[in-house]
Design a protein around this ligand. Structure first.
Ligand code: AGP
Length: 608
């Protein structure tokens, strides 16, 4: 999942491209490169590794040119070397291209072009595109790209420039996202509006199949049939500052601490904390629509899938509607039974995760109405859904998802309450729920105040080889999330498990060296969870307990106890996950890991 950026205007392109790439680096950081056009020739600079290595190589002497493209890579085809870095070029160096996605039929296209005498210098699928454009170019780059894309199959977002038509960029999209940034006397192209925040907040989201010609003074878009198209301009609400660290050492730390505000803003305007009245736009959750549903299907990946598991508990518990949860990457390949009586909900921070997009398209094909819970406005999942329930977490830059997760849980609680109301079970929120929701941001702040305890816990257990996270009911998915956070940023092997399942296998792992994090809030599952805690202690496991009240029984069993604020069971996971986020963060920092850009990962997984 690469980050691509392009600029055409009066300013020197190189500094803008590098700044844009800095803001896109969370999408992939295996290699980076830029190309600018000056005096009819492209200058290409590429480097394996992080963008900082490219910037070091440039050493402040940027290539000239007011037209340029840039790329930061997550390697799919070809190792992270300089030769495989983007921009890729054609035989003559007159065409330069950057790409996010995968051209599935590149081997046969490469062979066909080699048979015509084209010489290739990389292992990438992308280089084929540069040569296809070279092959099709007769002076009109727009037409050449339309022709080139017809030869290629797969998922792609590409930007290309040619010295044969200076001052023009052409971009095409089929799958991964592309936005055009609208400027004054200049225009931009990028994978994500975040990259353009310092220069413009007016963006145009390209649709699948669109090809766009971008010059300093004009934008022209044609759809997959070549028909000229007008696409609406969106003004992005958050500014450049929102996409900065704000004084924190890492984006992840900032985003963990932004959760009280993010949750408050996500709830804002959707529920009256005075009356408990729910206010949703759109008809998808109206009594008439809900009467037509006999089940709910939640589709997501990674951390969003953990939110979906909690959504199942909330919707079944509150609205008494059967819920199925599935991985985006598994769903469409198992011939699922879905129809118009199934309400499908897609959950995604980025709104661009290819596995989730593909699963939702499958549900849509079966006639199922789609509700999207996404954090990125204008994203593919938002645009394909019948109704959108946005989380207002703001830009999430750290690869490990934190504030998006807690805001997803807040939204799922309101969706469950709305379904309950539309099924005539309860009007709006109960008094207890209203109070708990009103107090949630303050309770989150209180939980964040535990940070020093998590820091010392991290100091103590930073060298552990394995971890086990246990929880029951609503806290079993929280245990999964705690394990995922630790795995993905500290590279310590960790497993989350339903506490009751431990005795059916994982208990074999328990010994005096294994830290076991047990989530034991004072809820209906506490008794049973305590007996699992006893099982851990009877095998000398190290028990780290997260609970909501000091009590002797837990104190007598646990090696370390963390007491977090208590709220109603349905909202408790929003608080319980915070110490697990902080713990993972401080362990990773202590182990010297790259917290915001963990190895082998990317923020938005735009290929299947
Ligand atoms: C979580 O920390 C990871 N970054 C990853 O598992 C992520 O949740 C997954 O890729 C889904 O992303 P989405 O929410 O943007 O669809």
């Amino acid at each position: 999942m690469c980050g691509i950026v392009g600029y055409v205007g009066e300013k020197q392109a190189a500094p803008l491209l590098l700044e844009g790439l800095k803001r896109l680096e969370y999408r992939g950081y295996d290699s980076a490169g830029i190309a600018t056009l000056s005096n009819g020739r492209f200058t290409v600079h590429r480097s394996p590794g992080k963008l900082s290595q490219l910037i070091e190589r440039l050493n402040g002497s940027y290539p000239a040119g007011t037209t340029g493209i840039g790329h930061t890579r997550w390697a799919t085809h070809g190792r992270p070397t300089e030769a495989n870095a983007h921009p890729q070029t054609d035989c003559s160096g007159n065409v330069v291209a950057v790409h996010n996605g995968i051209f599935e039929n590149f081997p046969e296209r490469k062979a066909a072009l080699q048979a015509k005498g084209h010489r290739f210098t990389s292992e990438t699928d992308t280089e084929v595109f540069a040569h296809e454009v070279e092959e099709a170019f007769t002076g009109d780059l727009f037409a050449a790209v339309q022709k080139a894309t017809r030869h290629l199959r797969g998922a792609y977002a590409v930007v290309v420039s040619s010295s044969g038509e200076p001052g023009v960029l052409v971009t095409a999209r089929s799958g991964p996202p592309i936005v055009l940034g609208v400027g004054q006397g200049e225009n931009f192209v990028a994978s994500d509006p975040v990259a353009l925040a310092p220069w413009t907040r007016d963006v145009i989201f390209l649709e699948d199949g669109d090809v766009a010609r971008v010059s300093a003074s004009s934008l022209r878009i044609a759809d997959s049939e070549g028909r000229e198209r007008e696409r609406s301009t969106h003004r992005i609400v958050w500014d450049a500052v929102a996409a900065e660290k704000g004084g924190y050492r890492h984006f992840m730390a900032k985003e963990i601490h932004e959760q009280p505000t993010a949750v408050a803003e996500t709830l804002g305007g959707k529920v009256s904390l005075e009356t408990g009245e729910l206010s949703f736009r759109g008809t998808l959750l109206s009594p008439e629509s809900v009467a037509g549903f006999d089940r709910v299907l939640l589709l997501a990946c990674g951390t969003s899938w953990h939110a979906a598991l909690i959504g199942k508990f909330l919707i079944e518990g509150m609205a008494r509607l059967p819920v199925e949860v599935d991985y985006g990457s598994e769903f469409r390949y198992r011939r699922p039974v879905v129809n118009e009586r199934t309400l499908t909900v897609g959950i995604s921070q980025s709104g661009e995760t290819a596995d989730t997009v593909a699963a939702l398209s499958e549900a849509r094909r079966a006639g199922s109405p789609l509700l999207a819970i996404v954090n990125m406005p204008g994203s593919q999942i938002a645009r394909m859904a019948d109704a959108v329930f946005p989380t207002h977490a703001g830009p999430e830059i750290g690869v490990a998802s934190t504030k998006a997760f807690t805001t997803q849980l807040a939204v799922l609680f309101l969706v469950a309450a709305k379904l309950r109301e539309s099924r005539g079970l309860e009007r709006g929120l109960t008094g207890e729920e209203r109070k708990a929701l009103a107090h949630l941001p303050a309770a989150l702040k209180e939980t964040l105040d535990l940070e020093p305890q998590l820091e010392s816990l991290a100091r103590e257990y930073q060298t552990a080889r394995d971890f086990l996270f246990l929880g029951r009911g609503l806290h079993y998915p929280v245990a999964l999330e705690g394990a995922l956070k630790l795995k993905e940023i500290s590279y310590i092997h960790a497993e989350g498990y339903p506490a009751g399942e431990m005795k059916h296998g994982p208990i074999a792992l328990v010994d005096e060296k294994l830290p076991v994090v047990v989530l034991a809030p004072h809820d209906g599952w506490r008794e049973k969870t305590i007996s699992n805690l006893r099982e851990v202690k009877s095998r000398d496991g190290i028990a780290i307990v997260v609970t909501t009240r000091q009590d002797e029984e837990i104190a007598s069993l646990a090696d370390r106890v963390l007491v977090i604020p208590e709220t109603i069971p349905e909202l408790q996971p929003i608080l319980s996950v915070v110490p697990l986020q902080l713990f993972a963060y401080h362990v990773a920092v202590r182990r010297g890991c790259d917290v915001d850009q963990p190895r082998n990962l990317a923020k938005s997984v735009t290929v299947e």
